[in-house]
Structures are given as structure tokens and as C-alpha cells.
Design a protein around this ligand. Structure first.
Ligand code: SF4
Length: 279
């Protein structure tokens, strides 16, 4: 149990915004998670997809004219392993916010009165949040399910369509999948398809980092097999392939969804915010 969860009392009183990564569909239904979080007292609920879009823009900028192999830093599990096991590569980690931190910044700008609460598939995100002023609390998927049992909150029976409050972005719904960053940021157009590699699963990543080929300029990697859908607090009742299918279906559905401009994650809504360090 993270120490920060102890400080939250459910149902919440006051203003809280929940930040949800699109990989949630492996564990919860679309309407289900919105309904449950509302019942637990969240005033607002947003997805990380807009944060991922803004983060991608930083990757595109920083990977232009790159000279040495740079490593994606979206996954705090990877950041921690590189710092501990490959300290000689720590400067190769790109100093770019993760989508969670980026979205925390966006929420603090738009909802300055709200506390930000990330709904997490893993424990590494709790450590990342502990070190950031943009995410105030973290609850993981198992904790959320437990809270729903305690408060007797089940999936909604009604047909009314609940929606995230703001910042919709469709194509970054696949961000939690292996290779999601490289694909959605269109990295192959920036450094060439032979110069980057996407690897998921820490054993494979570690093996790669022991002898990275010289031609590789960018390593897009995630700690968990399959990406965040394989996180330590995600359900084990479904295979990675089944969860991946759910995310892909979610993307398809999102492309058909009728979202008004006011709810979209338009770049101007992040005006004035900085998502990376250095050039
Ligand atoms: S890949 Fe795993 S460790 Fe990394 S952020 Fe996703 S769930 Fe957490």
C-alpha cells in the first residue's frame, strides 16, 4: 500500500481529478471505470492520451540530429534499471516527461484547485509520482478494484454514456502497448526505420543494453512484457494478446466517437507548459 493512498479517504470530499492511462481497458470497461471513479468521488476524470501527444512532440524534436543512442524515459521501471545497472548510460535517457507527468502539468494548469490522482498499472509509477509535484496521489488497479468492492460499486446498468471530462486524443490510445511511442510519434520518419528499436520486457531490454548495436539511435522500451498492459497490478486473467486486442478495439471505437472540440486535447491547451529539459 503506498503511503499516499493512506491519506485519501473515499468517497472523496473536495476536488480531485483522476488521470487514467488508456491501457485501463485491459482491466475495466470504458463506462465502468468512469462510473466507478465518479462514485468514489472524483470530480473530474481525464485520460493520459493528450499528455502522450505532447510528449511525442518532444521526442520528435530531440531525436532530430541525434548522435548517440538515446533511451525513452516514459517508463519509470526502465529509468530505474538504467540508473542502477547501466549508470554509464544514464545520460542517454531522454529528459522528457512521461505522459503521466505531462498530464499532471496540464491538469494543474486547467484545474488548479484539484488534487491529481493517477490510476496506475504498476508500482514504478508510484515512485515516479512521489518525486513529482504534478501528481499528488496514486492508486493502482488492484486498489481501485478493492475500493469498489468495499463501497459496493459495480458496473453501471444504465445506458447513459459517460465521458472523460477533457483532453481527448484518439491515436495515442495505443501508447501503453509495446512500441506505442515509436508508432504514434512516427519515429521512423525522423531517424529511419533501421535506427530505432522497440523492446518490451526488462530481460530483453537488459540484454540489448549490454551490447547495443552502433547504428541504433533510439531505444523505445518498456519494463513490462507487452507494455503497460502487462504491469504488475493489471489482471492476469487475460493474456497480453487479449488485452492488446481490447486496446486496439478501444482505439477503433475512439476514432468513431463524436467528441466536441471543447473536449479535445488541442495543442493550444498546453500553451506555456514545458515537457522536457534542455534542447
Ligand atoms: S511498462 Fe510496466 S513498469 Fe513501465 S510504466 Fe508501464 S506498467 Fe509501469
Amino acid at each position: 500500500m503506498p503511503k499516499r493512498l493512506d491519506k485519501l479517504k473515499f468517497p472523496l470530499k473536495g476536488k480531485y481529478v483522476a488521470l487514467v492511462a488508456p491501457g485501463f481497458v485491459g482491466d475495466f470497461s470504458y463506462q465502468g471505470i468512469l462510473y466507478k471513479l465518479k462514485k468514489l468521488g472524483f470530480d473530474k476524470i481525464v485520460e493520459l492520451t493528450f499528455g502522450a501527444k505532447m510528449v511525442n512532440r518532444e521526442y520528435q524534436k530531440k531525436l532530430k540530429n541525434v548522435k548517440k543512442m538515446m533511451i525513452a524515459s516514459t517508463c519509470p521501471g526502465i529509468v530505474s534499471v538504467v540508473k542502477d545497472k547501466f549508470p554509464e548510460l544514464k545520460d542517454n535517457l531522454l529528459k522528457i516527461d512521461s505522459p503521466m507527468i505531462a498530464m499532471g502539468k496540464i491538469c494543474k494548469k486547467h484545474f488548479p484547485e484539484h488534487k491529481t490522482v493517477f490510476v496506475s498499472p504498476c508500482d514504478f509509477k508510484k515512485i515516479e509520482a512521489e518525486n513529482s509535484k504534478y501528481v499528488d496521489y496514486v492508486i493502482d488497479y488492484q486498489e481501485l478494484k478493492k475500493l469498489c468492492r468495499i463501497h459496493k460499486i459495480k458496473n453501471p446498468l444504465f445506458k447513459k454514456k459517460l465521458k472523460f471530462d477533457k483532453f481527448y486524443n484518439d491515436y495515442t490510445k495505443i501508447y501503453p502497448l509495446a512500441g506505442g511511442l515509436a508508432k504514434t510519434a512516427n519515429i521512423k520518419k525522423i531517424i529511419g526505420k533501421d535506427e530505432f528499436v522497440s523492446i518490451d520486457g526488462i530481460q530483453k531490454v537488459t540484454k540489448f543494453l549490454e551490447h547495443p548495436p552502433e547504428k541504433i539511435k533510439f531505444l523505445d522500451c518498456l519494463f513490462c512484457e507487452g507494455g503497460c498492459i502487462g504491469g504488475s497490478h493489471t489482471t492476469k486473467k487475460l493474456s497480453i494478446a487479449q488485452k492488446k486486442k481490447k486496446v486496439l478495439n478501444y482505439l477503433k471505437r475512439a476514432k468513431r466517437e463524436d467528441i466536441p472540440e471543447s473536449r479535445k486535447g488541442l495543442i493550444g491547451k498546453a500553451k506555456g507548459l514545458i515537457f522536457s529539459v534542455g534542447k
